[in-house]
Design a protein around this ligand. Structure first.
Ligand code: GLN
Length: 180
């Protein structure tokens, strides 16, 4: 199986090495033609405005939608795949959830905590200027923190407000791959 990592900006190499450690072939996605052979794609955390505008400009988001490619979006990647980001759709609106960017505010812009994730177990969650999931309209909440959803699945898509790649723990990536 070959899996893509969107290579525009953000934690591209961290996601690539976790996937390679699991043993799947990884393709770095920079343009539409790169999407041809992949079974799923990871959109890393970074800066959602930058990643989103380049995806739109290059037609990558449109092509992912047309080809029905399953997406795992983390942090900025989750913002992009949300249907409502402060009232507007993300660049690749796949998950029926509402998001507030930088929702944990300046006091707790970055923090870590132990999460319990359905199908995974205990997992160290690293939140970096994380978005907050305000509402889950459809899909399944796989993990919550402080009473709010932090990981949601919808069909084959997976969205996380935190970074799963920081400590090299492959279990969330495996969960995504198992669903493909
Ligand atoms: N705050 C960033 C944004 O709005 C996301 C941060 C991250 O991906 N770590 O795009």
């Amino acid at each position: 199986m070959e899996v893509g990592v969107l290579d525009i900006q953000g934690d591209v190499s961290e996601h690539t090495s976790i996937l390679e450690d699991i043993g799947v072939r990884v393709k770095r996605i920079r343009r539409v033609a790169d999407l041809e052979t992949i079974s799923g794609i990871v959109i890393p955390g970074g800066e959602s405005t930058v990643i989103g505008s380049i995806m739109l400009q290059r037609g990558i988001s449109k092509s992912i939608l047309e080809r029905n490619i399953p997406v795992m979006g983390t942090c900025a990647g989750l913002i992009l795949i949300s249907k409502s980001v402060e009232g507007k759709p993300g660049a690749l609106p796949l998950l029926d959830i509402s998001i507030k960017r930088n929702g944990y505010g300046s006091q707790r812009e970055s923090f870590e905590t132990d999460l319990t994730i359905k199908g995974v177990g205990k997992f160290r969650g690293v939140f970096i200027r994380a978005p907050k999931i305000i509402r889950v309209k459809s899909g399944e909440v796989l993990s919550s923190y402080d009473g709010e959803a932090v990981m949601v699945s919808g069909g084959k898509h997976l969205g996380l407000t935190f970074h799963p790649e920081i400590y090299g723990d492959p279990r969330i990536h495996k969960l995504f791959l198992d669903g493909l």
